[in-house]
Design a protein around this ligand. Structure first.
Ligand code: ZN
Length: 192
């Protein structure tokens, strides 16, 4: 497991495109009332990791709102970039947690230098993967589709390993796509 994908601008571009496609799909479906959906993006301030040229695009989380007076229902499509309301991007939460595993001082120091994640944040993410995530309805249903079973004591590294991918980052992108259902409106309960 390496941090290589985090340094690959193509990975951030792929995640951005995937999010736009998911938003387009949701928009094409329209609101459940039959109304049209228009863009009502949420501002986000991802702290680290995104290449300079993509930073403006990463300041927004796609979301849609029904244009019908009296409905105005919000539809928030799944996202490969934003895992809940965290200031850190999903890619970082997955990859950095996978790399650091049991958080040692040395690993924490390396991650601090690379993406500016504090030891306390790493520990919080670790707790989320080991305690909160395994209890999620999404995971309890999804894990049955993965054979042999994923070792939950080694999350998220054990999950990431199931998405080997071709080049640097492809596995990470595939893993984030798998996790995307937990990022929808309902999944927001997970926000730390
Ligand atoms: Zn509506």
């Amino acid at each position: 497991m390496s941090h290589g994908p985090l340094l690959d601008a193509r990975v951030w571009q792929l995640l951005l495109e995937a999010d736009r496609e998911l938003a387009e799909k949701a928009r094409a479906q329209g609101c459940s009332c039959g109304g049209k959906l228009h863009s009502a993006r949420y501002p986000r301030k991802p702290r680290r990791g995104v290449p300079l040229e993509l930073r403006e695009d990463y300041r927004w989380r796609e979301s849609l709102c029904c244009e019908r007076e009296g409905c105005r229902r919000r539809t928030t499509p799944p996202s490969l970039r934003f895992l809940g309301r965290r200031v850190y991007l999903g890619a970082l939460v997955v990859l950095v947690s996978a790399i650091t595993g049991g958080v040692t001082e040395r690993r924490a120091a390396a991650m601090r230098a690379l993406v500016g994640v504090s030891t306390r944040t790493l520990q919080r993410w670790r707790a989320w993967w080991l305690v909160t995530f395994p209890e999620k309805v999404f995971w309890r249903e999804a894990k049955g589709r993965l054979a042999p079973p994923v070792d939950e004591a080694r999350l998220p590294a054990s999950l990431l390993e199931r998405f080997p991918g071709e080049g640097a980052g492809d596995g990470l992108v595939a893993c984030l796509r798998f996790l995307a259902p937990i990022t929808t409106s309902k999944g927001y309960a997970m926000a730390v």
